[in-house]
Design a protein around this ligand. Structure first.
Ligand code: CIZ
Length: 312
């Protein structure tokens, strides 16, 4: 049989039907990050950034939570829902940025800067969260740091996000960890300028994990959720998007009368693309792979996540 686009569509539809059936049987809820493959976004009950997914995980009454994303997202869902089964369809789906943190070094920084609270971006391991005072996402990082009374703050693991927060709150001193997102740092000023030359009327929206010189060219520095909000409230019809390419599908689907141009084809997170419909079927069929955080780490990490969820 020749494999055509039609056979691919039929194959995907069969998998989607199977997912609907298994989801009912397992009483599961499916969460998907904005960077997931289009067909995986299509089968999600809740789609969003990690903050939306954390909140949804905390509010769901389903007993099984399938997280189509990467490991730290499943860990957060498990921390907030210790009595539920949290399933990550591809156990190898990780986050290189999260892997750049080690707890000994966090403790060393705490000793070096006594009294400085540790703010931990949710793109981090449960252990890093447990060693921190409060979490943040790219949507609420500025508000989280503003909510702290201390003038000096330790921020980890993404240095560019920390620098962005520092630029928004100059009265604070931010001690930044030297971490970075390998996908976002691939976007250069030249990439943006080139796409802007092709689409001069388009607004530029970039993620705060990009380098500061890239942020300077932006009309909006936005988390993925904030990109959706920006587009919703803008009269502009064209946008250059500087974040992982998966978001283009969600934006184009939600705003079919607007145009979205990816700022660079290098904005690709391989880990986010590991989850396929086939793996979601496997996950629901065999309840694999369960992610559970040991109690001693969970309790401390939950405190940091709960503190973040209290900041509006
Ligand atoms: O916080 C997240 O979910 C990430 C990784 C990106 C974003 O801005 O949504």
């Amino acid at each position: 049989m020749k494999w055509t686009q039609k056979s691919q569509e039929k194959y995907n539809q069969d998998l989607k039907d199977k997912i609907v059936e298994l989801k009912k049987k397992r009483k599961a809820v499916i969460l998907a990050h904005n960077y997931q493959r289009p067909e995986v976004q299509d089968i999600a009950d809740i789609k969003g950034d990690s903050l939306a997914l954390s909140r949804a995980a905390a509010e769901t009454d389903s007993n099984v939570i399938v997280v189509c994303g990467v490991r730290f997202m499943a860990e957060s869902a498990s921390i907030l829902n210790p009595d539920k089964k949290v399933i990550l369809p591809v156990i190898e789906a990780g986050c290189p940025l999260a892997d750049m943190v080690n707890v000994d070094k966090i403790n060393e920084l705490k000793r070096r800067f006594p009294g400085a609270p540790v703010v931990c971006y949710v793109n981090s391991s449960a252990e890093a969260k447990a060693a921190s005072d409060i979490c943040c996402t790219s949507s609420n990082a500025v508000n989280v740091v503003k909510s702290l009374s201390a003038r000096r703050v330790i921020f980890l693991p993404d240095k560019n996000l920390g620098l962005y927060v520092a630029s928004e709150i100059p009265e604070k001193e931010i001690i930044c960890w030297e971490g970075f997102c390998p996908s976002h740092v691939r976007l250069s000023r030249e990439d943006l300028l080139q796409v802007k030359r092709l689409h001069p009327r388009a607004k530029i929206l970039v993620h705060p994990e990009c380098y500061p010189d890239v942020l300077k060219l932006a009309d909006g520095v936005c988390s993925t959720k904030q990109m959706f909000d920006y587009v919703a409230s803008s009269d502009c019809r064209e946008f250059i998007i500087g974040t992982e390419k998966g978001i283009i599908y969600g934006l184009s689907k939600k705003y079919p009368d607007k145009k979205f141009y990816l700022a660079s084809e290098r904005l690709l997170c391989a880990d986010m693309k590991l989850t396929t419909l086939g793996w979601v079927v496997h996950a629901l069929e065999f309840m694999k792979y369960e992610v559970k955080v040991p109690k001693n780490i969970r309790i401390k990490a939950q405190k940091a996540l709960d503190r973040m969820l209290e900041v509006r």
